[in-house]
Design a protein around this ligand. Structure first.
Ligand SMILES: Cc1cc2nc3c(=O)[nH]c(=O)nc-3n(C[C@H](O)[C@H](O)[C@H](O)COP(=O)(O)OP(=O)(O)OC[C@H]3O[C@@H](n4cnc5c(N)ncnc54)[C@H](O)[C@@H]3O)c2cc1C
Length: 315
């Protein structure tokens, strides 16, 4: 097994760059939408065969075991070449949580299926009335024999219509003094009569977001991660994994650089301005304020990475 961390940063970058440039399908570069799994399946199979699906996971669980510095290089090269993130909520979110808090049985069962994308995950946190105030969530789960029975609704569930499983926060105790108590973290299959997914069409015409309705849906009690009623701890831990992958510094910088490089009166700007999706004509004076905001975001992400490198935490 290759010890990637033993390589120099320059050699590692060359290796990653070489693989992406040689193997990543041209037609999938810089996709403007989140693909369904079928669209990127052949790429996923290649990545899986190479053992590169989970760069941050420890090698013992099938990951590359990269330290924070190498992980940053990996993501930078991924973004530089326009490589799609894939359906990564399993790898980026629930996988690390299972590694940290799951039982041995849960690790043995779920982790290989995440890597192979046999299971494709979506995130069931937000609800109508529980967004910023997430602890306000009302979807409830009650025990019934060896199962939990789930009733309620989630919203903004990205790509739920292309997921086989959902990791979700549910209320398992209604009578707690604080609303952060009495929440549990469950894994549940989507393909069952009690689960209904409805897509939400956004202004741009995309249907990535969904509502998910649970009407006596079931999941085995063995799919509880962490302790019953201690799901808030799981929720926070998972969001910290999510943050690590969300600050797409190279991607932000690259796209703003492209925008800034456009000639103000160029044909592309004119085409965009005449497109019906834009409410007002596009001009550099409208673009520049956003560009200024990108710089602090980008530098804050860089600082966070540097801090993580010092703590050797790669998430
Ligand atoms: C790209 C994207 C993907 C997402 N994917 C998922 C997903 O897969 N799964 C999932 O569960 N969720 C997902 N979400 C949902 C996201 O987590 C929620 O949008 C977020 O939690 C905010 O909730 P909300 O939209 O209900 O906004 P609200 O909570 O209604 O907030 C609206 C505005 O009011 C402000 N506000 C709220 N409360 C206060 C207050 N007390 N004081 C002052 N200001 C306040 C907020 O800052 C915000 O600006 C996604 C969101 C985005 C943008």
């Amino acid at each position: 097994m290759t010890d990637w961390n033993a390589m120099s940063d320059a050699d590692f970058r060359k290796e990653v760059r070489g693989f992406f440039e040689a193997e990543y399908p041209e037609e999938l570069r810089n996709l403007p939408h989140r693909p369904k799994f079928a669209e990127i399946e052949h790429w996923h199979r290649k990545l899986h065969a190479k053992g590169w699906v989970a760069p941050a996971w420890p090698a013992e669980y099938g990951g590359m075991g990269l330290n924070a510095a190498k992980l940053l290089i990996f993501y930078e090269e991924q973004q530089r070449w326009g490589v799609n993130r894939g359906r990564d909520m399993g790898v980026q979110m629930v996988g690390p949580l299972v590694i940290k808090f799951g039982t041995q049985e849960q690790k043995d069962y779920w982790l290989p299926r995440i890597l192979s994308c046999e299971d494709i995950w979506c995130q069931g946190y937000s609800e109508p009335g529980a967004g910023s105030d997430l602890a306000n969530l009302r979807t409830r789960a009650e025990t019934d024999g060896d199962d939990f029975v789930i009733n309620g609704q989630k919203i903004w569930t990205t790509m739920a219509h292309d997921a086989t499983h959902i990791f979700m926060l549910v209320r398992t105790d209604q009578a707690t003094p604080k609303k952060q108590q009495g929440i549990s973290f469950l894994l549940a299959p989507m393909d069952q009569p009690g689960v209904e997914v409805r897509t939400i069409t956004t202004l741009s015409g995309e249907t990535e977001f969904c509502e998910v309705f649970f009407d006596d849906a079931r999941t085995p009690r063995a799919n509880l991660v962490g302790e019953l009623n201690k799901g808030w701890t799981m929720a926070k831990a998972l969001l910290s994994f999510e943050r690590i992958s969300s600050g797409r510094r190279t991607w932000l910088k690259m796209h703003w650089a492209s925008l800034r490089a456009l000639p103000v009166d160029g044909a592309l700007l004119k085409t965009l301005s005449s497109a019906t999706v834009l409410p007002r004509p596009l001009s550099m004076s409208r673009i520049m304020p956003h560009s200024i905001r990108v710089s602090p975001i980008s530098s804050s992400v860089a600082k966070r990475w540097a801090r993580m490198s010092r703590c050797s935490r790669s998430g």
